[in-house]
Design a protein around this ligand. Structure first.
Ligand code: 13P
Length: 279
């Protein structure tokens, strides 16, 4: 069932777990993520970032993502990740996305605050959830520009959330998008302070390569949404590469099933960690 992201984050808060937000770029990725969520009877978020729309156009992806959510046996929110333009955010809302992110984290605070307020007003019209970001998450989000990490300032986070009325806040605590060259040292002290000062669900970007222990610790400190992109793209690619290089005969239909399987395995692994159950 298609639901608001806010409702999923609130439930995660009461259960002291996090909701996996899985990036998708084609039909197989959508199918793999939904299959894992249904099998584990766990809600998820399906998301796509504005910068990825060059490869996977919104007019094709959006109806598919929304339809997959509506037809799923579990609750699913559909989210625009790293929205950069009002135009794209408005289009996502028009397609029925139940959540949008405005990423103005590289802009000055006053500008980030003002622009985020506008998006909160826009999203209110459809009841969609709004995520914003403060501080600078490392790596890149689909372009060639590498960002230098700047941790979120806890006092600024409190002020920003109060002024803008956002529903979820993405934090920078040493995390980065893409594969980490070395294991990151997440600043749990900073996360704890942000969590103590704000009562908003917090979002961890750059989930790929983060260890199970780090995820669990982050969840105890208020992380309620965890973004996973690269790990799913990599898993799909590895499964496909393995099938194509080891099979005597290959065909598209088997390849499609293999791609679904690659994403399913990765999503399932992460859901099991994010559910935060001792098993
Ligand atoms: P990864 O590609 O590192 O998993 O990051 C995902 C993400 O944060 C998307 O916004």
């Amino acid at each position: 069932m298609l639901v608001s992201m806010k409702s999923l984050l609130e439930k995660a808060q009461t259960k002291n777990c996090a909701v996996g937000a899985f990036s998708v770029g084609n039909m197989e990725m959508v199918m793999g993520a939904v299959k894992a969520a249904e099998e584990l009877n766990t809600p998820i978020i399906l998301q796509i970032a504005e910068k990825r729309l060059k490869n996977s156009p919104l007019e094709l992806m959006a109806p598919m993502m929304v339809s997959a959510a509506k037809n799923a046996k579990v609750d699913i929110a559909v989210h625009l990740d790293h929205g950069l333009t009002v135009d794209c955010i408005q289009k996502a809302l028009d397609y029925g996305f139940t959540s949008v992110m405005l990423d103005c984290s590289l802009k000055p605070l006053e500008e980030n605050t003002a622009l985020t307020k506008n998006i909160v007003a826009l999203a209110k019209k459809t009841g969609a959830t709004v995520e914003a970001e403060l501080g600078v998450v490392g790596g890149n989000e689909g372009d060639t520009e590498e960002h230098i990490i700047t941790c979120t300032d806890p006092d600024t986070a409190k002020k920003f959330c109060d002024e803008t009325g956002v529903d979820a806040l993405a934090v920078a605590i040493g995390n980065a998008h893409g594969n980490y060259p070395v294991l990151p040292e997440l600043r749990f002290d900073v996360l704890e302070e942000i969590n103590n000062k704000t009562d908003i669900p917090l979002v961890l970007h750059g989930g790929t390569d983060i260890t199970d222990e780090m995820f669990r610790k982050a969840i105890t400190l208020g992380i309620r949404k965890i973004n996973i992109a690269t790990a799913s793209f990599d898993s799909l690619t590895e499964y496909a590469k393995n099938y194509l290089s080891t099979s005597e005969t290959t065909d598209y239909f088997t390849l499609s099933e293999i791609m679904v399987q690659g994403v399913y395995e990765n999503v399932k692994r992460h859901i099991n960690i994010f559910n935060n159950k001792e098993n």
